[in-house]
Design a protein around this ligand. Structure first.
Ligand code: NAP
Ligand code: GDD
Length: 332
């Protein structure tokens, strides 16, 4: 019998790669999708274009317990990957309340509905290296204390503890991924890596003359989303639920990302990048670098795409995208 999985946040970067991965393993894949996305399928379901016809869509919203409960009352699942969230750190400073509501209450709704209706379903929570925030040790591992620096980080620490509590209190299979930044050509335009590769492509094609960025000295451990969704799946195939850091073990600054992306297009970033104080955050996470030894050992997981290849892939994808749509792109 094929396994059946539900992915919340299937329309996002990770959801789309995870859906493709699970389909390739023979899973029946269902996706929890907001109704608003169903009304604008070309735009909001665009990351699913390779597999939409093989998915089953379940309309629901994390803001409503009733809608989440309804999804689990209609269908039994073997695995639930809870990826849906307000995932942009800067936005969490602008609207901490809605970030908390979606990321904390939404996670609690999924866990509570599972406990009530399908306690045997295996649960994955999308935790984040942002939980380490003002880091207490380097590199960061599963035992490193959390010190979140944003409402988003606070919401993910709470989601992490909720998931752990359901594991300990009710014996449910709950695993928390502590994923460090992972990117791809499907990354949202608001995140710095995609903002840079999209910006470089616009400059290269004569559609823009500068790129405004914030803190260039922040350092992140950047991997490829396609590699990271495989770790999520492996976590739910273990004998019991646990917590895992998923990272490359390398760190690079935003400045280095710029240097490489502009360089790949034959440009010097110093001529185009302008620093904009408005993009700085009230509290910054300066340095992230993960120690994924536990995932290497227990999950037999290893990342395949290195930093340089990631930057190249994202840049060439944006050059191709914008070359094919040059007139519309000029208006972005
Ligand atoms: P993403 O591209 O921003 O996708 C977020 C998803 O959540 C979208 O499908 C979005 O649906 C959905 N969503 C947001 N609010 C919702 C609501 N109220 N009800 C239902 N769905 C809602 O994020 P991602 O990069 O794929 O990340 C996936 C998860 O991993 C997130 O929880 C993120 O916080 C976490 N994470 C990401 C990284 C990373 O580097 N990418 C690292 C660590 C952890 P719409 O399309 O309708 O907006
Ligand atoms: N977004 C953005 N835009 N960030 C900028 C900019 C800019 O113009 N200029 C500099 N930065 C810096 C930010 O201040 C931050 O230090 C770093 O670039 C990365 O920012 P993001 O790409 O927005 O990602 P993030 O690290 O804050 O959060 C991402 O990774 C987390 C895992 O650590 C998100 O995907 C989160 O959902 C995820 O949990």
């Amino acid at each position: 019998m094929n396994k059946r999985a539900l992915i919340t946040g299937i329309t996002g970067q990770d959801g789309s790669y995870l859906a493709e991965h699970l389909l390739s393993l023979g899973y029946e894949v269902h996706g929890l999708v907001r109704r608003v996305a169903l009304e604008q399928p070309d735009e909001r379901l665009s990351r699913l274009r390779n597999c939409l016809d093989r998915l089953q869509i379940q309309p629901a919203n994390l803001d409503s317990y009733a809608s989440v409960f309804h999804v689990f009352s209609k269908q039994e699942f073997d695995e639930c990957y809870h990826l849906a969230a307000q995932s942009f750190v800067a936005e969490s400073f602008a609207d901490g309340f809605s970030t908390m509501a979606t990321n904390i209450d939404g996670t609690h709704y999924v866990l509570a509905a599972l406990r009530e209706l399908q306690p045997k379903c295996r649960f994955y929570f999308a935790g984040s290296s942002e939980m380490f925030g003002k880091v207490r040790e380097t590199p960061q591992r599963e035992t490193t204390p959390f010190h979140p620096r944003s409402p988003y980080g606070v919401s993910k620490v709470t989601g992490f503890h909720l998931s752990m509590n359901y594991r300990e209190a009710y014996g449910m299979f709950c695993s928390n991924g502590i994923l460090f930044n992972h990117e791809s050509p499907r990354r949202g335009l608001e995140f710095v890596t995609r903002k840079i590769t999209h910006g470089v492509a616009r400059i290269k094609l004569g559609l823009a003359s500068e790129l405004k960025l914030g803190n260039l000295e922040a350092k992140r451990d950047w991997g490829h989303a396609r590699d990271y969704v495989k770790a999520m799946h492996l976590m739910l195939q273990q004998a019991e639920g646990s917590d895992y850091v998923v990272a490359t073990g390398e760190t690079h600054s935003v400045r280095e990302f710029c240097e490489l992306a502009f360089g790949e297009a034959g440009l010097d970033y110093r001529e185009y990048v302008r620093q904009d104080k408005a993009v700085y955050r009230p509290a910054e996470v300066d340095l992230l670098i993960g120690d994924a030894s536990k995932a290497h050992k227990e999950l037999k997981w290893q990342p395949k795409v290195d930093f340089r290849s990631l930057v190249k892939e994202m840049l060439h994808s944006d050059l191709e995208l914008l070359s094919s749509r040059a007139p519309q792109a000029a208006a972005l």
